[in-house]
Design a protein around this ligand. Sequence first.
Ligand code: NFE
Ligand code: MG
Length: 565
Amino acid sequence: MAKIVVDPITRIEGHLRIEAQIEGGKIVDAWASGTMWRGIETILKGRDPRDAWTFVSRFCGVCTTVHSIASVRAVENALGIQIPDNARIIRDLIMGFQTVHDHVMHFYHLHGLDWVDVVSALKADPAKTAALASSISDWPNNASVGHFKAIQAKVKAFVESGQLGIFANGYWGHKEYRLPAEANLMAVAHYLEALDWQRDIIRAHAMVGAKNPHPQTFLVGGMSIPVDPNSQNAINAGTIAALLDCAEKALEFVEKVYIPDLLAVASFYKDWAGYGSFGNFLSCGEHPDANGKYYFPAGIVMNRDLSKVHPLDHKKFAEYVSNSWYSYAGGDDKGMHPWDGETTPNYTGPKTTYKELDTDKKYSWVKSPRYDNQPMEVGPLAKILVAYASGHADVKGVVDMVLKKLDVPATALFSTLGRTAARGIDTLLTAKKLQGWIMELAANIKKGDYRIANTDKWDPSTWPKEAKGVGFHDAPRGALAHFIVIRDGKIANYQAVVPTTWNAGPRDPRKQRGPYEASLIGTPVANPEQPIEIIRTIHSFDPCMACAIHAVDASGKEIVQVKVR
Ligand code: NFE
Ligand code: MG
């Protein structure tokens, strides 16, 4: 039986290939292959653990900052370092702005055009578009007929020039695009507005992180940016006011544009609440308060059972390479805990342009992480489901509101649509936290607490001969964990188990599929020549292959069997 191949999957970070078998109009099996090799983990060996955060930040520029966070946490965990409260809050702000920025950009710029037909927007009536848009939100531009006319003229000029630019090569006109022309025009307008908005709000990273991408004020033991109301070169009253402005703009766009658009678009695609998920979820917890209690809890939900949340224990992590282009000294069928993990590339795939991968053998550069030997989905859906099942009041409130508005049962969460909705819920709740964190920082400053770093264990002579640590961060794409082994003051081993590694990994020695693979099964495909359905589910995970494989795009294979966008 012929496979259909989507390679490359575009509007993601990095290089991903999906092969799928379709029978009776549905996907019956699927394989995910990460087609580039990276290797930052290997260049960390022998370096100073205090420098690791700046190297690992370069795993990726999309989820910029997240690897620095996980790295300093891993070293602090290994050495038993407690960070001051101001550092905890500044890290929350960096993470929080990153999550809100990243998710809004994913919805509009990476995932939106799976549901929104740009070309159809040309047929919309701008007056009716303004009526529709102002019926769902009082965002000022939504009432402006002139605004929608101007956007339409812009898109028309693109299309007529024959150079669609960023909108090129979509499956425009595919019958599975279901929005009326006016809803398409509204969404395209917000796509463009979101581009301006994101530039503005991410200035927060420059204020507390010195720059974006790759904020550079991290430090093992805290942060390196001073807090001092009497200095122009520190976090002062002016910074607090500017941060509050960014936080307000962030929340306003999420409440008035993203969430109303998400609900409006989702209402046309409710059948997508019926497939696209396999049911195991892992969340590592995020945003510890001053007492260490997480705002989003850590935990495990198995087999769609929301009546039970299992505690998270990293000792149950193991990475497999039976189907990945690596070899393990002790045999490729063994699972390795990341403290003992190995990154030894062993490419056994085809040498030249190929039509199909031999998926009975190694077929991906992504490893296969397993929890207690089970594949796990990580990301906003896992974060929200673990919190929901834990009885988290804020999460329950928003989830129940979304289910009610869409008129779907809680089981609808286990799906592609549920994953896309959960990302919106995560964004809204995180955007709502920003102001509070800024006020906590202001209150500390007011009390005269300017402490930003704990340097008691800065000197390696204070360290034990050997120490092991783990640093978790629930990043935009999900549970991230960095594992470090420090020996004689140097990095003896460093392994990152990354969200997209969990989600995009291939089969394991038990032949269990990875989450992308398992989630595609059962999805109907209307036209195998234009498999938009594969793209929808894969994009709903927000793939980042650079993170998943953690260096350099080596070969750039071009194997486009299906024209994809
Ligand atoms: Ni490069 Fe990343 C996030 C991490 S990976 S995007 O969020 O870690 O999936
Ligand atoms: Mg890794």
